[in-house]
Design a protein around this ligand. Structure first.
Ligand SMILES: Cc1cc2nc3c(=O)[nH]c(=O)nc-3n(C[C@H](O)[C@H](O)[C@H](O)COP(=O)(O)O)c2cc1C
Length: 221
């Protein structure tokens, strides 16, 4: 596929056919994805290829608590899991809110789940002393995760970055035998998509790019 076509059509796939995803194909995808950048080219990424139904089921189950909170906040009109606005949703409401199947079941039923991990010993987290939530560390791992999905698209596969299970990271570490310095960045179901792509909805450039400073004139063509 042409690069811009891949960029415009790599969607979040959550339902898959039962077609297998052979190791050779995954190897090819990761062989291309590994050319992603990382801070200082330290390449702290590791990928765990999960096919065992019990482990996939456990990954789905570990996504459920965060999915309940996500859904409860969404129903209350909040931006789920954000660190800026205080949530008005109580623990009781979260406990009563079912975990939407859409947010958990792709992990149980995908032919393969890729758990993208990062060795934090080699990540330069230059925002670590700020009082806000860290964002810089992600820049050393998500280009790699996204490259996997771009390459998968190129190969006729699809998947999704999911992060809900990471709210239960100690249990994830126990499940997968991860050492304490290894964080989970994404739990990605991958397979041949069951549904065709619908057009991606994204904001136009003029809404997201501006000249010189925040609130400056929009960038136009
Ligand atoms: C950082 C990040 C976390 C995400 N977490 C989840 C998740 O836990 N579960 C899920 O189903 N989708 C998750 N997504 C997928 C987004 O919901 C999806 O990319 C977005 O809705 C756009 O979908 P589209 O590309 O099909 O338009 C995540 C995406 C990103 C980038």
């Amino acid at each position: 596929m042409e690069l811009y076509d891949v960029m415009h059509t790599t969607f979040a796939a959550r339902q898959f056919t039962s077609d297998p995803v052979p190791d050779a194909l995954l190897h090819r995808i990761i062989d291309h994805a590994r050319f992603a950048p990382s801070g200082g080219n330290r390449q702290g990424w590791r990928v765990i290829v999960v096919r065992d139904p019990a482990t996939k089921g456990a990954l789905a189950d570990l996504s459920a608590p965060a999915a309940k909170r996500y859904a409860a906040q969404q129903q209350a009109g909040e931006s789920p899991w954000n660190t800026i606005d205080r949530s008005g949703v109580t623990a009781d409401v979260i406990a009563r809110t079912p975990a939407p199947a859409r947010l958990t079941e792709s992990l149980r039923h995908a032919p393969v789940v890729l758990v993208v991990c990062v060795d934090l010993r080699v990540v330069a987290s230059t925002d670590q002393a700020l009082s806000r939530v860290g964002v810089i560390s992600g820049a050393s791992i998500y280009p790699f995760a996204w490259n996997i999905l771009l390459a998968a698209r190129h190969e006729g596969l699809a998947g999704t970055i999911t992060t809900l299970a990471v709210a239960e990271e100690p249990k994830l570490q126990a499940l997968l035998g991860l050492p304490p310095h290894v964080a989970v960045a994404a739990v990605m179901p991958v397979g041949r998509p069951a549904q065709p792509l619908t057009k991606l909805k994204r904001k136009p450039v003029a809404e997201i790019a501006m000249h010189e400073r925040w609130g400056g004139p929009p960038l136009t063509s």
